[in-house]
Design a protein around this ligand. Structure first.
Ligand code: AHR
Length: 502
């Protein structure tokens, strides 16, 4: 017998308007993300800049609104000056974060040019590991000042007359992690982040800044770190960051799919800390959340141990995602949308080749991983207002979690286009879930499409040879008198698209 779940959606039960930056992604100078990913001169698909057009097409399909760059761990040892000006003068450097050699063929300007071609903004990270305030303010001047000063004129002399106008900036990366080049205590980081933020905004007061939160909820300093950093930076920043990666290391699907309950708790905890600091300071503004690294990451861990040190763009962090990973990514996307009132930026880490939805063959095509699909659906159909559904679902217990709802779901209302989209995962291993969704005051709405991602083999992956894990539009959602009914197949990702009848 199928399980049954109920949901109620009301136009006025709103979480918040969704900031499109919640559908962001990330490109680090790491592995084949940049070299062999976005840039591969000589490849049959390369344009006059050396950018792979097959990759650009897929990025555009994802409608990625913002891309975090250039790291990640890489940024903590990066001299941005190495990556600008004539390419033949750029130095090769040892990248100590990933033990590779960085050629600097691609730097700030090339990345900005590429981002423009794929219609994305950039979320630029500054190096607060080996460098600091001076390099950070100079980079803001180089990128954003119109002209008439040393660094803005330097940009112009490099052939970029117009300022890049980068709005969103990260104050370093994972500065609490002992693996980080120049890692810091919360006090040390809080001080340098506040001072860097202050002068970066003196150069360009329109920018928004993200302070580093803990590099994960499991860090021993988690919570104290956030509180101390925000004590120092509250007046100078708009965001605190969160990072989280999951993996099905124990091959326990029930537990794996429940991990977003922990993600939800992590988000709530960081909101509480941000609000505590606001209260303590008698502040007026909320510090919002930038979940600027999230994904599944574990498949490639062993392979990465065998990489020859100081190689150029080796295949690093190349997780080949399977069907169950796509389900978890779907649950993670739903969790982010549920908190759209405080999460205004989120970045799927990463975008190409490195723990990525898009992969490339060196001498062949680009191809779509399983996780490409839920990410694309959320980005394309998830723009608008995040709704707060009332859900009742049967539940289960797993190894680490209790009361895990079989139905993980939320909905987005796009008032302008008069569209309503329900995103839903059925976590049940063997049974379909009969969903009844009362859409009340959405008068005259009809089902446009019920997209389903399902597969009998949880471990099925895609490759350049084919995409056996791909969505179909044969879901059975129907609407009758304001009640949407659908059977969500066992272990499936669903997108039920409704629109006002014309
Ligand atoms: O995304 C891969 C790495 O994960 C990033 O460089 C780092 O910030 C995190 O630990």
């Amino acid at each position: 017998m199928a399980q049954k779940a109920k949901m109620i959606l009301e136009k006025d039960f709103k979480v918040s308007e969704i900031d499109n930056r919640i559908f962001g992604s990330f490109i680090e100078h790491l592995g084949r993300a940049v070299y062999g990913g976005i840039y591969q001169p000589g490849h049959p698909q390369a344009d006059e800049n050396g950018f792979r057009q097959d990759v650009m097409e897929m990025v555009k399909e994802l409608q990625v609104p913002i891309i975090r760059y250039p790291g990640g761990n890489f940024v903590s040892g990066y001299n941005w000056e190495d990556g600008v000006g004539p390419v033949e003068n750029r130095p090769r450097r040892l990248d100590l974060a990933w033990r590779t050699t960085e050629t600097n063929e691609i730097g700030t300007n090339e990345l900005m040019k590429w981002a423009k071609l794929v219609n994305a903004d950039v979320n630029m990270a500054v190096n607060l590991g080996t460098r600091g305030i001076d390099a950070a303010r100079n980079l803001v001047e180089y990128c954003n000042h119109p002209g008439g000063s040393y660094y803005s004129d330097l940009r112009i002399s490099h052939g970029y007359n117009d300022p890049h106008k980068i709005k969103t900036w990260c104050l370093g990366n994972e500065m609490d992690g002992p693996w980080q080049i120049g890692s810091k205590t919360a006090e040390e980081y809080g001080r340098i982040a506040a001072e860097a933020a202050k002068v970066m905004k003196w150069v360009d007061p329109t920018i928004e800044l993200v302070a580093c939160g803990s590099s994960g909820r499991g860090m021993p300093t988690f919570a104290d770190w956030e509180a101390t950093v925000l004590e120092h930076t509250y007046d100078h920043v708009e965001f605190i960051s969160l990072h989280q990666y999951y993996g099905n290391r124990d091959n326990d699907i029930s537990n794996y799919l429940a991990m977003t309950l922990e993600m939800d708790d992590f988000i709530r905890s960081v909101i509480s800390i941000a609000d505590y600091i606001k209260a303590k300071k008698r502040g007026k503004k909320n510090i919002n959340l930038s979940f600027d690294e999230w994904n599944v990451w574990y498949h490639s861990n062993d392979a990465d141990k065998k990489i020859e040190p100081w190689s150029i763009a080796p295949p690093q962090l190349e997780d080949h995602y399977n069907f169950e990973d796509a389900l978890l990514v779907g649950c993670m996307l739903i969790t982010l949308l549920k908190h759209a009132n405080r999460i205004k930026i989120a970045c799927l880490a990463q975008l190409i080749n490195v723990i990525a939805p898009i992969m490339t063959e060196e001498n062949g095509p680009a191809w779509k991983q399983t996780i490409f699909y839920p990410y694309m659906h959320a980005s394309v159909f998830g723009r608008g207002v995040s709704l707060n559904p009332i859900i009742s679902s049967p539940k289960y217990d797993s190894k680490d979690f209790t009361d895990v709802p079989y139905l993980e779901s939320t909905a987005v209302y796009n008032e302008e286009n008069e569209q309503l989209t329900i995103f839903a995962v059925n976590r049940h291993l063997t049974e379909g879930l009969e969903l009844d969704c009362d859409i009340r005051n959405f008068d005259g709405y009809e089902v446009v499409e019920h997209i389903v991602l399902e597969n009998d083999d949880l471990k099925q992956t895609n490759s350049a040879k084919g995409t056996p894990v791909a969505p179909h539009s044969n879901g059975n959602a129907v609407i009758d008198n304001g009640l949407v009914s659908a059977v969500l197949p066992k272990l499936s990702w669903n997108v039920i698209r409704l629109a006002k009848r014309k």
